[in-house]
Design a protein around this ligand. Sequence first.
Ligand code: NI
Length: 225
Amino acid sequence: MLLHIENVLDAATVARIRAKLDAAEWIDGRETVGPQGALVKRNQQLSDASPLRVELGREVLAACARHREFHAATLPVKILPPRFNRYANGGTYGAHIDGAVMALADGSQLRSDIACTVFLSDPESYDGGGLIVDDTWGEHEVKLPAGDAIVYPTSSLHRVEPVTRGARVAAFFWIQSLVRNEAQRRTLLQLDTAIRQLTGSGADADAVKQLTSVYHNLLRQWSET
Ligand code: NI
């Protein structure tokens, strides 16, 4: 399930983050991939050791945590601290698959169920740079307004098209979800959405309570920590 989540960051926050990133020191993005990824990755990133990466990463995650739809869609149990990347001057990242298990700073590991990209460039400001996600329904091109996010299953092959004008700046990270199975996550999101719509339209309160109970009972059955 590819899901477009709007307004994870508001315009003022995007502008503030971009001002800091535009003045930052960028390094070769191949620092953080294995040998296969290094063959196809041509972009720039903030160094993993950069204090700015830590500061801005916390800010992005705090905004995600406040965003109701983001939370309902991903049900995070662990999140890899965000990285920031920049594609310009033909920068690209060829088709690849992300690692299934990633190391966290505390020595624990994260199973990468969901990948997330938060766009930080106005799509009019650059050419190319679409994120192409290849799932069971074919290829999808994703190029979203600054401040919006895409979440997609990490099981998908994906790539970033060459940027031929301007710069594409984004934050990206991986999530281990409470619910590992994608179809189950989708069912829970549909149920959550229906409950919210029924509540908003003044539906019978007892029936809404029953549905809410079903939601939590399914989450209890399907979640793992
Ligand atoms: Ni990737």
